[in-house]
Design a protein around this ligand. Structure first.
Ligand code: UDP
Length: 252
């Protein structure tokens, strides 16, 4: 579907915590947040149904915190990381609503004074009503990342694609920030990602996507307009799937 054709396209957008901060810095950056919000709102107005899983690495990444502060148990650190994702979700919610588009934050850890609990049918209903659904607190359990939450929610909510916004513009043979000879792929299979340990998402997320035939589009959030392009079905970045489909623009 091209934008504006009137048919709905349900997608799962995974925004890592990095998306919410200025390059190389942690915390929240006003400009970064409002630019994501504006692109999300534009896509929603064009009939895209975006469910957004937010990360928390700009505030707390469980494994880093537990390594740095020995007194904090790794599991506790993971719960702290999940709470960090709620902070990002609330920031994104207000920024998208400022753009005039309705949103709901749904959390996998109950905190009803702050947001609704995640219930699949409720999330689906919000999407059908044209609301941007922001999913926080990962899956609500430790020892996984929000990448796994993104794959799980994409499958549950019937998203046609998982859009993974990252710092680099796709999947490379090596880390392009360190190796200038790294080659960017247009398309890779799940198998290649797992076998060659390509840096895309964690292995649990890739395995889940493969099992359910969920394509993943890896693209850079740094280029202005890319979030909107990905949401509306433009073929940017690198596609991870079993075989290269003709287009990513199937509707759900
Ligand atoms: N986390 C967790 N369970 C989940 C999702 C996240 O324990 O289902 C914790 C984990 O410690 C993780 C942190 O929350 O490091 C923040 O999420 P993530 O690292 O995925 O954020 P991102 O890298 O996308 O910014």
């Amino acid at each position: 579907m091209s934008a504006g054709e009137g048919r709905r396209r349900r997608v799962l957008l995974k925004l890592s915590g990095d998306c919410f901060s200025r390059s190389g810095q942690g915390g929240l950056d006003a400009e970064a947040i409002s630019s994501i919000a504006s692109e999300l709102a534009q896509a929603a107005r064009q009939g895209v149904e975006p469910a957004v899983v937010v990360g928390g690495g700009n505030i707390i990444r469980g494994s880093d915190l537990a390594r740095r502060i020995g007194a904090i148990n790794p599991t506790t650190a993971d719960y702290m990381g999940m709470l960090a994702t709620v902070v990002n979700a609330l920031a994104l919610q207000d920024a998208v609503e400022r753009e005039g588009v309705e949103t709901r934050v749904l959390t996998a850890i109950r905190m009803e004074e702050v947001a609704e609990p995640y219930i699949r049918r409720r999330a689906t209903r919000h999407l059908e009503k044209g609301r941007v659904v922001i999913l926080a607190a990962g899956i609500g359990s430790p020892c996984v990342t929000t990448d796994t939450a993104a794959a799980l929610r994409a499958v549950e909510l019937g998203a046609s694609v998982l859009l993974k916004a990252t710092r680099v513009d796709g999947v490379y043979s090596d880390d392009p920030e360190r190796n200038p000879h790294a080659v960017r792929y247009e398309h890779v299979t799940y198998e290649q990602v797992l076998q060659q340990r390509l840096s895309v998402m964690d292995a649990t997320a890739i395995s889940m996507a493969r099992e359910h035939g969920l394509p993943i589009l890896v693209f850079s959030f740094r280029r202005p307009g890319n979030i909107l392009r990905a949401l509306t079905g433009e073929r940017i970045g690198t596609l991870v799937s079993e075989t290269e489909p003709e287009t990513l623009s199937q509707t759900s």
